[in-house]
Ligand binder design. Structure first.
Ligand code: 13P
Length: 259
């Protein structure tokens, strides 16, 4: 089954509005447009979503929010609701390890956010991954099983079709130490089997599973050539237009070589 490769740039807490517009324009200028070969997603900070959306109009590049809260509105100071971003975003990143580690986000919160995203027409991009300690203790499978099972709890098949999962081992994020293609494939393959158990085999076959963690154009080509790796979630390299575009190009090459 062929799945459309997806390359997403998570800008994290970087870029003012003017800087965001500059980066978005540079990415737009070099992106493949509506080629249908790769889906390009940018995840700017909340403050930049609206202006960047205008800058990307008719470009084929789509936006995602870096997080959402699960309530639609109310007394939740500092939070951003799915209804506030649904106008500009196709995706909502949920459960990024920085949210889990630095802001105490639990598996239960991730699941609530997944349901909230779907209820408001956003496609959840769920991030999972083991820490260095868990990896060294041989617990990768246990951790991924717990995180994936919790994230998709209560989803029906139709909702499962909207899902994207990003495998981001915490030890690879921002460290320059990326996963080998074999490790990325083993973990993404496990995630697909877990999705098959939870949502059914045919749904699991259509879900895109991305690899993230110190992705570069060089590393991403061999990672994305793996059968269960359908794209990349890029952090640091997505802040430099040329570096990000090189990964976008690598995704189309990897797809072509996998056929
Ligand atoms: P880096 O590419 O900077 O390691 O970040 C990965 C990431 O966390 C993307 O969400």
């Amino acid at each position: 089954m062929s799945r459309l490769p997806l390359v997403a740039g998570n800008w994290k807490m970087n870029k003012t509005v003017p800087e965001s517009l500059e980066l978005a324009a540079a990415i737009r200028a070099g992106a493949p447009g509506q080629s249908g070969e790769v889906e390009v997603v940018l995840l700017p900070p909340f403050t930049s979503l609206w202006p960047v959306a205008e800058r990307l109009e008719d470009s084929g590049i789509v936006l995602g929010a870096q997080d959402i809260y699960w309530e639609a509105a109310g007394a939740y100071t500092g939070e951003v609701s799915p209804t506030m971003v649904a106008g500009w975003c196709r995706y909502a990143l949920i459960g990024h390890s920085e949210r889990r580690r630095l802001f105490g986000e639990t598996d239960e919160a991730v699941n609530r956010k997944v349901h909230a995203a779907l209820a408001h027409g956003l496609r959840p991009m769920v991030a999972v991954g083991e820490s260095l300690e868990e990896n060294e203790a041989g617990e990768t499978e246990t951790v991924l099983t717990r995180q994936v099972t919790a994230a998709v709890a209560g989803l029906d098949e139709e909702q499962g079709l909207e899902l994207v999962v990003a495998y981001e081992p915490v030890w690879a994020i921002g460290t320059g130490r990326t996963a080998t293609p074999e490790h990325a494939e083993a973990s993404c393959g496990l995630i697909r089997r877990l999705l098959a158990g939870a949502l059914g085999a045919s749904i699991a076959q259509s879900v895109r599973i991305l690899y993230g963690g110190s992705v570069t154009a060089e590393s991403s080509a061999s990672q994305m050539a793996q059968p269960n790796v359908d794209g990349a979630l890029v952090g640091g390299a997505s802040l430099v237009a040329e570096d990000f575009l090189a990964i976008v190009r690598a995704a189309t090459t990897a797809e072509a070589s996998a056929i």
